[in-house]
Design a protein around this ligand. Structure first.
Ligand SMILES: *Cc1c(COP(=O)(O)O)cnc(C)c1O
Length: 399
């Protein structure tokens, strides 16, 4: 048996080739671990690294700053978002928190009005008291965006598709304006994942992820990331990682990395299932409105078709009888769909945004942005579509 004490040779740089997404999800900027040849990076459970003499080391000093398991995850994510750099965080909100810390008192941010509830809370309850101002507008309205921009506007925060109304914001349309004004553009790409949409290619300066969702994909780990090629943002995120340290542990980094390898196949199945469910709901007598960008009647359908590979695994709908009690009753009847917050896992989940994820948005603000009382959100998993449709059907009958 041939043995060698030499480090395992690196294969050709895969990024030099024009590879497609399914291949990249597994191989982008990945290589066997150099001492053992392990195909998956080990879980480097260490807090610090030996130095030969002060400052002379193998690239790692202290695990708040870098950890090889985390680095492998960051490299893969950067590859998938077509970014030069990525920093992983302990949660999606921790990633956002790190990014927003590049703002200074007096700066203003424009964001979408049907924003993820946790993002709204972070903006208004954590950052606003430090003198940063947030505007929440309908970002599908480019004219309104132009009107809202002023000399203090420093950042535009895009979420598309939006949560939970699945509105589609034209990323290239917005970044075209921000670029001309020297304003930073950030896209929360959690709902789409890089499989469906790559915002940096559409002109965005940074992408934010809650890797807890589609990237991790198995509802077993919390994490977040910033992906960017923008020098100022890179410097800020590296500094925030070191200075405030909301980093994921090596085990969580490993789980997320493992999940991402199957992102493409999971995401495609979720999309296929969501299409079928949307078609079923549209024709159901007890269903009010169906929000799914894959429907040709959806106002953002054309833009979604341009900027996304498919239309995603998220959909929302209202009941004809638009009452909170009715929605809660429906949700208590599903057997496969599990009532839970979160999304993007292999299992289908159901939630009632008004009483769950969007509970922290004041009633007036909520109704104004179209979040009606019976609105139900589905995160469509990778089960058989027929079983999911049957489950929805029997629950609608009983409620
Ligand atoms: C879940 C989520 C977040 C927050 O991520 P955590 O990992 O839960 O902190 C941010 N944005 C969107 C769109 C989300 O769905």
């Amino acid at each position: 048996m041939a043995r060698t004490s030499e480090p395992v040779k690196q294969r050709i740089n895969l990024m030099d080739k024009n590879l497609h997404f399914n291949t990249l999800a597994i191989h982008a900027r990945q290589h066997p671990e150099s001492t053992s040849g392990a195909v998956m990076p080990p879980i480097f459970q260490t807090s610090t690294y030996a130095q030969e003499s002060p400052g002379v080391h193998k690239g790692h000093e202290y695990a708040r700053v870098t950890n090889p398991t985390r680095t492998a995850l960051e490299n893969l994510l950067a590859g998938l978002e077509d970014a030069t750099d990525c920093a992983a965080y302990a949660s999606g909100l921790a990633a956002m928190d790190a990014l927003l810390k590049m703002l200074r008192p007096g700066d203003e941010v424009i964001s979408t009005h049907d924003l993820y509830g946790g993002s709204y809370r972070l903006f208004t309850q954590v950052f606003e008291p430090y003198g940063i101002r947030f505007h929440f507008i309908d970002l599908t309205d480019i004219a309104l965006l132009k009107e809202t921009i002023n000399a203090k506007t420093r950042m535009i925060w895009i979420e598309t598709p939006t949560n939970p109304l699945l509105s589609i914001i034209d990323i290239a349309g917005v970044t075209d304006i921000t670029r001309r004004h020297g304003i930073l553009s950030v896209v929360d790409n959690t709902f789409a994942s890089p499989y469906l949409q790559q915002p940096l290619k559409l002109g965005a300066d940074a992408v934010i992820h809650s890797t807890t969702k589609y990237l991790g994909g198995h509802s077993d780990v919390i994490g977040g990331a910033i992906c960017t090629s923008h020098k100022e943002i890179i410097a800020n995120m590296r500094f925030q990682t070191k200075a405030s340290g909301a980093v994921p542990g090596p085990m969580d980094s490993y789980l997320t990395l493992r999940g991402i390898k199957t992102l493409a196949v999971r995401m495609q199945r979720s999309c296929d299932n969501a299409h079928k469910i949307a078609a079923y709901l549209v024709n159901h007598k007890d269903v009010g409105h169906v929000y799914y960008p894959g429907l040709s009647t959806h106002p953002g359908h054309r833009i979604a078709k341009n900027q996304m590979r498919d239309f995603g695994g998220m959909l929302s709908f209202t009941l004809k009888d638009d009452r909170v009690e009715k929605a809660l009753n429906f949700m208590s009847q599903t057997e496969i769909f599990t009532l839970a917050e979160s999304l993007g896992g292999v299992e289908s989940l159901i939630s009632h945004p008004v009483s769950m994820t969007h509970g922290s948005i004041p009633v007036e603000v909520r109704r104004k942005s179209g979040l009606s009382d019976s609105l139900i959100r589905l995160s469509v998993g990778i089960e058989d579509a027929d079983d999911l449709i049957e489950d929805i059907g029997q629950a609608l009958e009983k409620c």
